[in-house]
Write a protein that binds this ligand. Structure first.
Ligand SMILES: [Zn+2]
Ligand SMILES: [Zn+2]
Length: 384
């Protein structure tokens, strides 16, 4: 195949050429570095035309077309061409991810064309990260049709691309200049291959969306979030390598515990009596076990105070140790107190004190406290 030879020679050219010194984009299109934009467009059309027939009947080299298209994309954009001439290397020529049949896609370092990775999020309870637990996620991926083996049908023919009306480009204005952009539908070919006899199974789509279940194993104390990569399990597409599936496992916010690396934080509400005289507190941990500890009598636990229960946090990943459990106490005050208790409290705690010192001879005005709700803002006084 002539096109195969072309693709190989292009690949060799790319690997051998040092990135900054060679004018690879010009070499690929076989134009001089001083070529006008019209000359570049003409040269690109000529290069594409040489690949058209094999492409149309499904034996063409898409890699070769892509390299030509990428060189054109650099040189047809006046700004990009200027930066390229000044030595900026177009990353696309090295790193290229093939996705959904479109030219472009986000760049991640790859030597070869491959389908874009499928990325999915999976939210699991914090308990799974504490105990370690297997999980599964169902995804839909494209699988090459087993009936036509990715051909889409039989008896291939070509039809004009309606998106660009066989021009191979669509015109846009950039920096007040008309720029010919490569048609996204036909990748610049101007023609699209169609099958006279469409595959009944995939209806000419070449691939069939298929549901698969992927198993992930969350290990004890695994960090959050955790990426699981399933190599080559992404969407299949004829003629290109299969990308990966990336499952990002993260734990949901927990109603009681907050995780910070290997440590856990929680708030425990205690009543006023416990805060004053102590008592026994029980808390339920992530594995359902109950932890009990005593607040010593004779020592007041203030609201907001933080205590540590050592080694009762998260298990350390692939380690026998544990983080710590931080407990913040919140004192719940009673809503009201009966007269009898008031007297008992006064006896126990001593008489109440006024918060401000009063000196003899001070004029005292007694005022009333009200609830802030419904208080109207007093308008500002306008007169001088
Ligand atoms: Zn098929
Ligand atoms: Zn087109």
């Amino acid at each position: 195949m002539v096109e195969g030879t072309f693709a190989r020679s292009t690949a060799t050219q790319l690997e051998q050429a040092p990135p900054t010194s060679a004018r690879r984009c010009y070499d690929i299109l076989k134009v001089s570095p001083t070529a006008s934009s019209e000359e570049i467009l003409k040269a690109w059309r000529k290069q594409v035309a040489s690949l058209l027939i094999p492409l149309a009947i499904g034996i063409g080299d898409l890699d070769a077309l892509e390299v030509i298209n990428m060189a054109y994309e650099v040189l047809s954009d006046p700004q990009r061409r200027l930066r390229y001439d000044e030595g900026e290397e177009p990353r696309d020529l090295y790193d290229y991810t093939y996705g959904d049949g479109a030219v472009g896609g986000h760049s991640i370092p790859r030597r070869h064309r491959r389908t874009r990775d499928i990325v999915r999020d999976l939210s699991l309870p914090l308990e799974d990260f504490y105990l370690g637990r297997p999980s599964a996620i169902s995804i839909t991926r494209d699988v090459i049709c087993t009936e036509c083996h990715g051909a889409g049908g039989e008896d291939s023919t070509i039809q004009p691309c309606s998106a660009c009306k066989t021009e191979g480009t669509t015109v846009t204005v950039r920096d007040r200049q008309r720029v010919h952009l490569i048609c996204r539908v036909c990748s610049g070919a101007g023609l699209l291959p169609i099958m006279r006899k469409q595959c009944p199974k995939c209806k000419g789509n070449k691939v069939i969306p298929t549901s698969v279940v992927l198993r992930v194993r969350v290990e004890k104390g695994m960090k959050n979030p955790k990426r699981f990569t399933f190599c080559g399990e992404g969407n299949q597409s004829p003629g290109v390598n299969t990308g990966d599936v990336v499952v990002i496992v993260e734990h949901d916010p927990h109603p009681i515990f907050e995780r910070l690396d290997d440590d856990l934080y929680m708030t425990v509400e205690i009543d006023l009596l416990t805060s004053l005289v102590g008592g026994t507190i029980a808390i339920r941990h992530l594995d359902n076990r109950v932890l009990s500890f005593a607040l010593a009598g004779g020592e007041v636990t203030k609201s907001g105070v933080l205590k540590i229960i050592r080694n009762k946090g998260m298990p350390k990943h692939r380690n026998t140790g544990f983080g710590d459990l931080f407990v913040r106490f919140l004192v719940k005050f009673p809503v009201d107190i009966d007269d009898r208790s008031v007297q008992l409290l006064k006896d126990a705690l001593g008489s109440t004190k006024l918060s401000s010192t009063i000196e003899e001879g001070d004029q005292i005005e007694e005022v009333a406290l009200t609830e802030p709700d419904g208080v109207q803002e007093v308008p500002e006084c306008n007169h001088q």
